[in-house]
Design a protein around this ligand. Sequence first.
Ligand code: CMC
Length: 429
Amino acid sequence: MSDKAKIILDGKTYEFPIVTGSEGERAIDISKLRDESGFITLDFGYKNTGATKSAITFLDGEEGILHYRGYPIEQLAEKSSFLEVSYLLLNGELPNKKQMEEFDGNIRYHSLVHEDMKRFFEFFPNNAHPMGILSAMVNSLSTFYPKSQDPNRPMKDVERTIYRLIAKMPTLAAISYKNNLGHPYMYPNNKLGYVDNFLYMMFGMPTEDYVGDPVVSDALNKLLILHADHEQNCSASTVRMVGSSQANLYSAVSAGIAALWGPLHGGANQEVIEMLETIRNDGGDIQKWVDKAKDKNDPFRLFGFGHRVYKNFDPRAIIIKKACDEVLKKMGVNDPVLDIARRLEEIALKDEYFIERKLYPNVDFYSGIIYRAINIPTRMFTVMFALGRLPGWIAQWKEMVENKEPIGRPRQIYTGATKRDYVALMDRK
Ligand code: CMC
């Protein structure tokens, strides 16, 4: 196999090294292209552009493979816990017992948010979207911990920032939910594990004893693991990009939350349920909506179908579909919207349009259904995704810092007006 790529530009041949990853992926390293030839590459949406070398997550969209630090997602979802996976993503190796206890202890220790932060929540409008609140609150954390703004701070401080972020995100998310309902906030109960503590802060009330449901915590633990990282996706790239300017970690993660909010990324899980409700309210004619999704003159798309990188199947969707069936069965859920989801899945999977384009339900299709079944409100769905993705974002940020990557600064091909002279307002037609 050749280790050089030749590119002929204006009759001159340039040679560039070929880089091979540990799973055999190959790239042409064009980092000297502009210096040597004056050309740049043009790649809308970075569909063919590798922006970094990364040792965190391996993903093969054609084969439906997803590994975190080499471990198959199927094994982690089946056997691990979200905190253990977080440790793995951040540190590259699974923890031993002592390391796990320390990590867990540090996360529990930092779960409270500063009392002053509670006041911020009071000033958001009642119907404020929890993703907007979460992004703002995570950014605000940097003002409570000003040392985090120093790009040269010692690793010990960075570690504390990482613990704080992982520990406080569920607390902030739960407060935003309680605030929305007008219910009193629940302080974290550090005797509980990460997932149970979050469910307690969401669904507990100071007036009654809270009894958790292991079926619900298991399902949530799986969902968080499945979402924990997905290599250079829109939000992870955003976190790396913002972090590359040496902005603090809280701000970089806050930007990642904003990127995740969009309906083409994490926001799709909310859109899935809203779409199913629309279909139900419209009389439940699923074929009509499938036809709309196929109509090129209609902007409607089936949310929860298709994926930018998985073109045969999404391994996460297979795991989560199984978990989804289990949760619905164990909880005895009877919900017309979920019936529509099942029928929609059946119809779309048999439809030539979807088969030809390899469009099948993605992780957001099933995660939306599980969240609904376990009573997470629709507008909180993307917040759940953000909770899961947090360790991935931090690992991506950490890798970018440790690799001393340069500030992200893409180029462009300018297509605007060429140089022209300013004309005074009174002289303009
Ligand atoms: N419904 C109907 N048609 C679709 C859909 C859909 N959900 N997704 C793609 N297509 C069609 C698209 O119109 C195009 O058709 P044609 O070749 O005739 O022009 C073809 O399939 C290829 O689509 P694309 O837009 O080029 O595919 P993409 O890889 O650029 O986009 C996507 C991927 C996820 C943005 C897109 O499939 C989509 O908008 N899906 C719905 C939103 C969604 O569920 N997003 C969550 C993704 S998973 C969460 C995550 O990992 O962030």
